[in-house]
Ligand binder design. Structure first.
Ligand SMILES: [Zn+2]
Length: 460
């Protein structure tokens, strides 16, 4: 027998086992690379991760750290921003006004701290899920804090840095090498169709895939698709599913847990801040008191909501030094659980979180379009301060728009929407002075009147 074939087989076997070894070592090597790089940059993510672990296990109220951080932020804001200068010397949080997103959006310069004047800080933009996209600046320390929060809360869900994970999100300008280094697969839900669902399903069946995070609604659709195709928990290696940004219905959660055979931990996060809260195994949303001071205020005035009563979620970001956000009404409603959580974690928990009512939109052909794709496009149009998108019928849509004086971009906005809704979509844009909240107090940016009517008539 010629020795050549056996050499080839040996070489092939070697390569195969090397790749196999990389599969095992890959997460470890990525993790090591991340922490080595992190050790060279102050402030380090590790220091914030250690802080989160220490504060959230001990309960920050007990140690007084939350109070110290709050007082330090108030002093920084009143000393270095135009908006808060008038409150100089005030150390009582309740005396600061409650902020509405619209006010911050229209007076952004007044919120920027002079400490960071002239510095090139990254400008981030909110998803505009309450109808008002907002731009804001983050300090390097805040960026570190946000990364540490994601690592901390993902670890609670059984994930370790460097492990393979999928993220259902619309992200632009992220380099492929970054995805590879982070071992992350992006499921962009701009258009959800059978091909997208099939690709996502295939990726999730990779034995190395341990975590699925991102927009709740598309995750729920993937789970349904897997269920319809006869998938069972043994076909997946997921340790947890962590939905964000949208509210899962009870049956959606059940389907996800049944199909993938792993727990769901809802995460309450926002672009302006970071991870505000995450569910524990007892299914209660533990507030990240190490980074945020969270208040629940009454629906019709700025007094504290009574225990167990629904209130507006108002957040003070203890690390928002570049653009201090004090008592910021995030646009969600929740209750505060009066009893400690049976899981033993001492941090307070949110009860019923009546998050933003994000709904599906159907294009003129009847295919699902993620509301986030509409929001992301509208966000790029300068001058829009508020909007609400309403689907009226199968192919009739209305966009209520609040914009700065002199705004004349309606034709461009219509074109943008038409791209996603189809040529047959009949889009009406109405300029208004304000878009009031619904009777519930919420300000959804997307309302599907057509689907609501369908549901109403089908339940009669
Ligand atoms: Zn708990």
């Amino acid at each position: 027998m010629s020795p050549v074939p056996s050499l080839w087989i040996s070489a092939f076997n070697f390569l195969f086992s090397a790749f196999g070894m990389f599969d095992t070592l890959g997460p470890y090597l990525r993790r090591r690379a991340f922490w080595i790089a992190d050790s060279f940059r102050p402030p380090s993510v590790r220091s914030h991760l250690e802080d989160l672990k220490a504060q959230l296990s001990a309960g920050p109220q007990a140690s007084g750290v939350e109070r110290e951080r709050l007082e330090s932020l108030l002093a920084h804001a009143t000393g270095t921003t135009a908006h808060y200068r008038q409150y100089c010397g005030c150390t009582v949080l309740a005396k600061f006004p409650v902020l509405q997103k619209r006010h911050v959006s229209e007076h952004r310069d007044a919120f920027e701290s002079t400490t960071f004047a002239g510095q090139q800080l990254p400008v981030m933009s909110t998803s505009g899920s309450t109808g008002m996209p907002m731009q804001f600046r983050l300090s390097p320390l805040k960026r570190c804090r946000q990364r540490a929060e994601i690592i901390y809360y993902s670890e609670l869900a059984g994930f370790k840095l460097g492990m393979r994970h999928a993220n259902v999100r619309i992200i632009r300008n992220k380099k492929p090498l970054r995805y590879w280094m982070e071992n992350q697969v992006l499921f962009d839900p701009s258009v959800i169709n059978d091909a997208w669902l099939a690709r996502s399903r295939q990726e999730l069946k990779n034995p190395a895939m341990v975590l699925l995070t991102g927009y709740a609604r598309p995750i729920s659709l993937i789970a349904n698709y897997c269920l319809q195709n006869g998938d069972e928990p043994g076909m997946f290696s997921l340790k947890a599913v962590v939905p964000t940004a949208e509210r899962l219905a009870v049956d959606e959660r059940q389907t996800i847990e049944t199909v993938f055979g792993c727990p769901v931990f809802n995460r309450y996060a926002s672009q302006e801040f970071g991870v505000l809260a995450q569910e524990c195994p007892s299914r209660r949303l533990h507030i990240n008191t190490a980074s945020y001071f969270v208040e629940l205020l009454a629906l019709d005035n700025d007094s504290q909501a009574a225990p167990g009563q629904v209130g507006r979620v108002v957040v003070t970001d203890l690390f928002s030094h570049a653009m201090p956000l004090i008592r910021y009404d995030i646009g969600d409603l929740a209750t505060l659980n009066p009893e400690p959580c049976p899981c033993g974690n001492p941090t307070p928990t949110l009860g019923e979180l009546q998050g933003r009512l994000v709904e599906m939109i159907l294009d003129a052909r009847g295919e699902i379009v993620s509301p986030f794709v509409l929001v992301n496009n509208l966000r790029e149009v300068r001058g829009i301060t508020q909007f609400r998108f309403i689907q009226r019928t199968t192919d009739r849509y209305e966009l209520l728009l609040v914009a700065v004086p002199g705004f004349e971009e309606e034709p461009r906005v219509e074109n943008l929407l038409q791209q996603y809704l189809g040529e047959k979509a009949n889009i009406v844009i109405n300029r208004v002075n304000d878009i009031p909240p619904l009777r519930s107090g919420k300000r959804p940016y997307v309302i599907n009147e057509y689907l609501k009517e369908q549901l109403r008539s089908s339940s009669v």
